[in-house]
Each structure stands twice: as C-alpha cells, then as structure tokens.
Design a protein around this ligand. Structure first.
Ligand code: GUN
Length: 347
C-alpha cells in the first residue's frame, strides 16, 4: 500500500528460494501484525505470524462438478415426469467477456439436459424492445428461468428491466422480491448465484463460519450486499463488515478478517500484507489484464494477489474458483424453479 492509499504494485513473480520466500512471508505477516495491532505475547497470535503452509485450494471446479452431478439426477426426474427445465438468457450488445459467460451458461444447460433459449440483441436495441422480450418470456409457461446478462448498454436501465422479470422466474435472484426475502432471512426465494456459490464452496471445504469475522470487499447488488447477508444469516452466523471504495484504511479493515470475500473488480488489489495469516480468502474477481506473454494478449486475474496463497489457509483460484460455482448455482436455481412451478417444489 502506498501512502496515498493506493495498492502497491503487485510483487514481482521472480522465483524465491525457500529461505527468501520464508523471509517474504515473514515480512507480510509483520506488516499484517502492525495493521492488526497483533500482540505477540499471546501464543495464538504469535503462532499466526510463523505460519508458512501454503493455502489449500478452494476448488470451485471440483465443487461445481458435485453440484452438477446432483442436478443431473433432478433434471432426469423432472424430464421423466414431463417437464424439461428451460432457461432463457438474453444478452444485448457485443461485450466479448459477456458473450463468453453466456456461452458457458448455454453449454452447461446442454450438459445437464436443461433446455435453453439464447436471445442476442444488437447494442442499439431500444429498452422498449427488451421490455417486450421480457414480457413475452414471463408469459411463456414452459419457461422456468429468465436471465438478462449484465452489463447492459448504458442507455438501458438495468435495474428497471430486472424488476420486470417474474420473481418466480428470476433465476439471478436480483428481483426486489427475491432480495427482500433474503433480507428477511427467508430461504423460499431465488437467491443470487455468486453469493450462493461462495457459501456452497465454503460448506464443501468444511469451513465453519460461526462467530468468524468476515469482511466483504464490494457492495454490489449482484455480489457484495447479498454475500454479506448470506454470511451474517442464521446458520452461517459470521460477523460481517462490508468494505467499499469509501472505506478508510482498507488494509487494516481486511487485516481483521478471518474470512475475506473480495468482489471489487480491481485486478490483484488485495495484497498479502492485508491478509491475516491463516485467513480464508474467496476471490470473486474476474479481470482481464494485458499480458504480452500470452498469445491472446491478456490473462484473467482475480481481485487478490497470487502472493496471498502464502498467507491464507484457503484461497479460491481464478479461474476455477467462484466462476464455475456461479454457473452451477444458476443451473440449480433453474431446476428449483422448474420443480416448484411444475411439481410444487422438491426442496
Ligand atoms: N454478469 C456478471 N455476473 C452476472 C450474473 O451473475 N448474472 C447476470 N445476469 N449477469 C452477470
């Protein structure tokens, strides 16, 4: 971190000998201790500073594969009873990353036997046209889920369009009725996919959140805010802080976290010295950064510096962490919607 509050440049990726890596981890831990006002006379706190085991992989890909296997059975049961779950994905414009995400969603539908309708509209489409599409999809009885890929072009009111989706088909979980249920602590609505993916991965890794201090970096309606609600909800029972662009002394706030969920959309912003040794770190970021060494000229980077691996006890990779889980949770929401719309619900 520089004195003006901006993150320091990511540490170089030169290979470290084991002893210099030790020293580096020691330096990060000492920095953390100074932010956290660590009391080294307490054995528990002192032990943290000498932790040198690399983080375990919070493997979203493996967890998503288990979710998919269970969903396959549910889709088979639905199909045998005459209902093929059906998801419509609507995308406007030509943002390449968004098209990649939408294609992954469509492919996952194919793998699971879920029917998909892919509506791709040009960037200059009017908001009224999108409204008409949503109204028609709402009416379509054989359709269980509607997703409008974000971001939409600037001339559209994304929230207003999301609000038009029938709550029972809102597989993104962004409709005020679904988010309102989440605030009420209810589980009968459709829940936002990325926070669900984060919670499922933590559960899959056997991590008990009860009483832990969680810090969520980012307050978006898609990830940050619903993730904070899920972490604080009964059953999860973490104590949650939501940090954002106006938070003062972000490194010190992060230094308090037993569980850090980074969802700010800034490549490798979270530095090793911000992270409590042994913390659980979930990296929600998927950022494209220039990389001349790659044929395509870019690589994917999370919101967390790779060096955090040497400080955290668990770290989700990018790619292969939260990304596959988000899609798996979208499929689960679609199947759940089909079950409750056609069979009266199985959960
Ligand atoms: N764009 C990035 N993430 C998401 C998501 O979870 N849902 C939608 N609809 N758009 C996104």
């Amino acid at each position: 971190m520089t004195s003006d509050g901006t993150p320091s440049p990511a540490p170089s990726s030169v290979e470290h000998s084991p002893s210099s890596k030790h020293e580096q981890v020691g330096a990060w831990s000492a920095l953390w201790a100074s932010k956290h006002r660590c009391d080294e006379s307490k054995p528990q706190e002192a032990a943290l500073l000498h932790r040198i085991v690399p983080a375990q992989r919070l493997d979203g890909k493996a967890c998503a594969a288990e979710v998919e296997a269970a969903l396959l059975q549910r889709v088979k049961t639905l199909t045998a009873n005459g209902t093929i779950p059906h998801l419509a994905v609507l995308i406007v414009g030509d943002d390449p990353a968004s098209h990649v995400y939408v294609n992954s969603k469509v492919k996952m539908c194919e793998r699971l036997g879920i029917r998909s309708t892919h509506i791709a509209l040009p960037a200059n489409t009017s908001e009224q046209t999108v409204r008409q599409h949503v109204a028609e999809l709402n009416q379509q009885d054989d359709l269980d889920g509607i997703l409008i890929q974000s971001p939409l072009p600037n001339h559209m009111d994304e929230e207003a369009l999301t609000d038009l989706i029938l709550p029972s088909k809102d597989v993104d979980g962004f409709h005020p009725q679904n988010l309102g249920r989440l605030v009420q602590g209810r589980r009968d609505g459709l829940l936002p996919c990325t926070p669900s993916g984060v919670m499922r991965m933590l559960d899959w890794a056997g991590i008990d959140l009860k009483g832990k201090r969680a810090v969520v970096l980012g307050r978006s309606r898609i990830v940050g805010m619903p993730a904070a609600l899920r972490l604080a909800a009964r059953g999860a029972d973490a104590t949650v802080t939501v940090a954002h662009s106006k938070t003062e002394d972000l490194p010190s706030v992060c230094a308090e976290a037993d569980v850090l969920v980074a969802a700010v959309g800034r490549a490798e912003m979270v530095q090793a010295s911000w992270v409590k040794p042994g913390a659980i770190v979930v990296d929600v970021g998927i950022n494209r950064v220039d990389d001349a060494s790659r044929e395509r000229g870019w690589r994917l980077a999370g919101d967390v510096s790779p060096e955090v691996e040497h400080v955290a006890s668990w770290l989700s990779p990018v790619p292969g962490g939260v990304g596959p889980m988000t899609i798996a949770m979208l499929m689960e929401n679609t199947v759940r919607s089909a079950e409750s719309r056609h069979v009266g619900g199985t959960e």
